[in-house]
Design a protein around this ligand. Structure first.
Ligand SMILES: *[C@@H]1O[C@H](CO)[C@@H](O)[C@H](O)[C@H]1NC(C)=O
Ligand SMILES: *[C@@H]1O[C@H](CO)[C@@H](O)[C@H](O)[C@H]1NC(C)=O
Ligand SMILES: *[C@@H]1O[C@H](CO)[C@@H](O)[C@H](O)[C@H]1NC(C)=O
Length: 522
């Protein structure tokens, strides 16, 4: 496909040249007009109907958050920012409902935990496709283009637990798609972590030895269905994980540590990583396979190298690099097929196992507010914030200044065990706010998580509600947004908090006390 486009563009240039030399001949207006019409036709056809060798930018929309924006608010946010491709990690009906009629191209996902079931029977894959794909594929429905079968299922830390399900699940889903005539429109892909391949030099790239067999099958399957290889690339993690990784090599601004590989020189980790994959694919005989980047980005908090400046510089560099269509030394002029930024929004309920930065990958904060200026190169100028965000009332829970806080440790543990306190840690935006600040931050996180339920700010009398924003400098004390889980039945925050488990527990305690009082008095 890509080759055809290159040929077509050359041809267009040739035509332009003939046309302009034609200009020198006087009196041939008709021919000129005819050529002009022909030329514009060719240009229009060439640019609109052929998938050009140009990258398209999309975003990942993850929803592991305590404070979820309404799906319709998120879709508005995508549209306001002219983002026309989105990748989901499941097939959440609320998200898909909101995407209906939006024209946005969607990649939905099969979570790893579902691979076993889908690999075991075509009945399971048939009903997955029926429930999660075909029912949306209609006029004003959802433009589902890809299904991600598993998410990084070959990650080394999974020790192979999902590995054997991938091919059977792919084959079943392919059959199920064929049954409903969607097999050529909806492409199956398997987003892989870059740890699937390794090498010290890009040209020596190879898949991990224990993956050779399955990768051979996977790549041949992808090739026969016209699907790209999808890979997630994280220069941040290379930098975070290794103290001798040259910092400037993670970015796109030039490096004092270029990697020389034969006649090729690499100036950034992205190109080096990408070409390692190209080499690994070549070893299997598929050196021309299109590659899409399923996830790439930089976090803004929870680590020293995860900060606003670094994230802005990385994402700006990435977007410029990709949109320049430069490609890489092994694929000059051929940028990745699609690039999905990780991520659209912060997800405060994600596991911190990878690190405290894990909840801070968004180009927007959890409530859809741009964290830093960024031009996505999609025609919008800067980032546009989410509109009509429904916040809880402007109040916060803080440590009561008139109380002795020496017994607060357990409360803090409880609060930070469930709510998000990752910004307090070393390298985080709230790391310097002092002991009392720490306590207040933890109390507030918990209070907002509990939808500002009054009792959740008690902490044995150590907490108190305030109407003054306690945010200090870069450290933001959040106010929650009305939870979408309860907003479908009722939009008022008080009724949603009255159904929270916390509230029910209190009701039970009070009933018990009342019952005992009644029992002993009588
Ligand atoms: C459709 O996808 C959703 C979300 O990922 C999942 O919970 C559900 O089980 C899927 N449907 C079927 C029939 O597997
Ligand atoms: C932000 O991250 C960059 C890249 O790792 C680092 O060089 C810089 O020192 C960090 N900035 C701050 C203020 O910590
Ligand atoms: C606040 O909490 C963080 C994270 O637990 C800790 O690193 C920091 O030292 C604390 N600050 C004070 C003054 O106790």
């Amino acid at each position: 496909m890509i080759k055809e486009v290159v040929v077509l563009q050359k041809w267009t240039w040739a035509f332009t040249f003939t046309f302009s030399s034609d200009k020198m001949l006087q009196g041939r207006f008709r021919l000129r007009i005819l050529s002009a019409v022909l030329l514009s036709l060719i240009v229009i056809v060439g640019w609109s109907s052929v998938p050009v060798a140009e990258s398209a930018l999309g975003v990942n929309w993850g929803t592991v958050s305590f404070h979820k924006l309404k799906p319709s608010t998120v879709v508005d946010l995508l549209q306001d920012n002219k983002i026309s491709k989105v990748k989901l990690f499941d097939a959440d009906p609320d998200s898909l409902q909101a995407l209906m009629g939006s024209g946005i191209q969607v990649m939905i996902g099969v979570p790893n935990e579902m691979l076993a079931a889908l690999s075991s029977s075509t009945a399971a894959s048939d009903s997955w496709v029926r429930q999660n794909v075909s029912r949306y594929m209609r006029k004003n429905g959802v433009d589902i283009r890809y299904i991600a079968v598993g998410n990084e299922p070959f990650l080394s830390s999974y020790s192979g637990q999902f590995q054997s399900y991938v091919m059977p699940a792919l084959l079943n889903l392919q059959q199920s798609l064929a049954k409903v005539n969607l097999a050529s429109y909806v492409k199956l892909v398997v987003p892989c972590n870059a740890d699937a391949y390794e090498s010290s030099l890009p040209s020596q790239g190879a898949f991990r030895p224990e993956l050779t067999q399955i990768m051979t099958q996977l790549v041949s399957f992808l090739n026969s269905n016209g699907s790209p290889f999808v890979v997630n690339i994280y220069p941040f993690l290379s930098l975070y994980g290794s103290s001798d990784f040259p910092q400037d090599y993670a970015f796109f601004e030039g490096t004092s540590h270029p990697v020389t590989d034969g006649s090729n020189v690499y100036y950034n980790a992205f190109d080096g990583n990408f070409d390692t994959l190209v080499a690994a694919l070549s070893k299997l005989g598929y050196g021309q396979m299109p590659i899409a980047i399923g996830e790439i980005g930089w976090p803004t908090d929870g680590a020293i190298s995860g900060n606003l400046t670094a994230a802005r510089v990385f994402n700006r560099g990435l977007i410029n690099h990709v949109l320049s269509n430069k490609g890489t030394p092994l694929r000059p002029g051929v940028p990745p097929l699609d690039v999905y930024l990780f991520s659209l929004l912060d997800e405060g309920a994600k596991s911190t196992l990878p690190g405290n930065f894990e909840r801070h990958w968004g180009i927007f904060s959890f409530d859809g507010q741009a964290k830093y200026p960024l031009n996505l190169g999609l025609g919008g100028r800067g980032l546009k914030n989410a509109r009509k965000v429904e916040y809880l009332p402007s109040r916060w829970c803080v440590a009561n200044p008139s109380r002795d806080l020496s017994d607060v440790a357990n409360h803090m543990k409880l609060a930070c065990g469930v709510a998000d306190c990752t910004t307090l840690t070393y390298g985080g935006s709230c790391n310097g706010i002092g002991a009392k600040g720490n306590i207040s931050y933890a109390f507030n996180s918990y209070y907002q998580l509990q939808m500002q339920n009054e009792r959740s700010c008690d902490f044995d009398g150590l907490g108190m509600v305030t109407f003054l924003d306690p945010s200090i400098g870069e450290c933001r004390f959040l106010v929650g947004v009305t939870d979408t889980r309860s907003s479908s039945s009722s939009s008022s925050s008080s009724s949603s908090s009255s159904s929270s488990p916390e509230y029910r527990r209190w009701v039970i305690v009070w009933m018990l006390i009342a019952w005992r009082v009644w029992f002993f008095v009588l």
